[in-house]
Design a protein around this ligand. Structure first.
Ligand code: ZN
Ligand code: ZN
Length: 244
C-alpha cells in the first residue's frame, strides 16, 4: 500500500467559534477520529489527539501556538495517540488508568488496527502489528460538572459513560457547542466494546437529550445541527424502546 509523507498526514479545517477540525484523511472514515482544536484567550483546548502515527505537534503547528490542555473524550486508540506530546492532559477518572497504562487490548488497537483501516499508510517506520499507544498519564482528572476554563470561554464536563466508562462530552453554554465524543455522532455507534455498558448508554442518551446543543462536533463523521442532534437521540431511544 502507498505511504503518505508526514507533512500530508493531517488536514485542518477552520470552523466557526474559533474551532478547528483536524483529521487524518488517509484513515477510513469509520475509524477516523475527529480532533478538535478550540482557541481561548488564555489557553487552547484540544479534544482528542488522533491515532498518534504522525506527530501532531510537529505537523500541525496550530497546537503549539499557546498553552494547551489536551482532553481525552475517552481512551480508545484513535482518540489518544498524540496525548503523550502534550504537557497538560486531562481525562475522566474512570479512564485515567487507561491513559497511563495503554495496551493494544484496552485501547481497542486490538482488534481494530490493521492495514485495512487505511486508504494509504502512515510514513515509515509505521507498522500495524507493532502499533501501540504511548503512555500519557493525566495531569488533571476530570469528573462530571468540572469546568475547563480557557480564559474567555468555559466548557462543562458531562460524564457520558456507555460507549466506554470514562466517556465525556464538553459543553459550552455561551455558544451551545457540544463536543460529544463517541457516545453520539452521525454514523454507526459502537455499543459493544469490552467496557461498554447498555444501561449507562441509555442514561447518557437521556441526559444528552436535555442539553440545548446548537452545533455538535462528534468523535467521528461530520458535525451536525442541534435539530439533527435531537433527532439522532430520539431515533436511538425509540429503537431501544422497540427492543425492550
Ligand atoms: Zn471510542
Ligand atoms: Zn472513536
Amino acid at each position: 500500500m502507498q505511504r503518505i509523507s508526514a507533512d500530508k498526514w493531517y488536514q485542518t479545517r477552520r470552523l466557526d467559534d474559533d474551532v478547528t477540525a483536524i483529521s487524518e484523511p488517509f484513515i477510513q472514515e469509520f475509524y477516523r477520529c475527529n480532533v478538535w482544536h478550540v482557541r481561548g484567550r488564555d489557553r487552547d483546548m484540544l479534544v482528542d489527539s488522533g491515532m498518534g502515527v504522525v506527530s501532531l505537534r510537529e505537523y500541525v503547528p496550530l497546537v503549539t501556538e499557546r498553552d494547551l490542555i489536551a482532553v481525552a473524550s475517552h481512551t480508545h486508540f484513535d482518540h489518544i495517540g498524540c496525548h503523550h506530546e502534550f504537557e497538560c492532559r486531562a481525562v475522566h477518572s474512570a479512564e485515567a488508568d487507561l491513559l497511563a497504562n495503554p495496551t493494544r487490548q484496552n485501547t481497542l488497537a486490538d482488534p481494530y488496527v490493521t492495514d485495512d483501516i487505511f486508504d494509504a499508510l502512515p510514513p515509515e517506520p509505521y507498522c500495524s502489528t507493532c502499533y501501540a499507544v504511548k503512555k500519557a498519564p493525566a495531569t488533571r482528572i476530570l469528573e462530571d460538572g468540572d469546568v475547563i476554563d480557557l480564559g474567555d470561554r468555559v466548557f462543562e464536563v458531562i460524564h457520558t459513560p456507555g460507549h466506554s466508562p470514562g466517556g465525556i462530552a464538553l459543553y459550552e453554554k455561551a455558544t451551545e457547542i457540544l463536543f460529544s465524543g463517541d457516545i453520539l455522532y452521525d454514523g454507526p455507534l459502537i455499543e459493544d466494546t469490552y467496557h461498554s455498558n447498555a444501561d449507562d448508554y441509555l442514561a447518557s442518551m437521556e441526559r444528552l437529550l436535555k442539553i440545548p446543543a446548537r452545533i455538535v462536533h462528534g468523535g467521528h463523521f461530520p458535525s451536525f445541527s442541534g435539530q439533527r442532534y435531537r433527532q439522532l437521540i430520539t431515533d436511538w431511544l425509540n429503537e431501544k424502546q422497540k427492543t425492550i
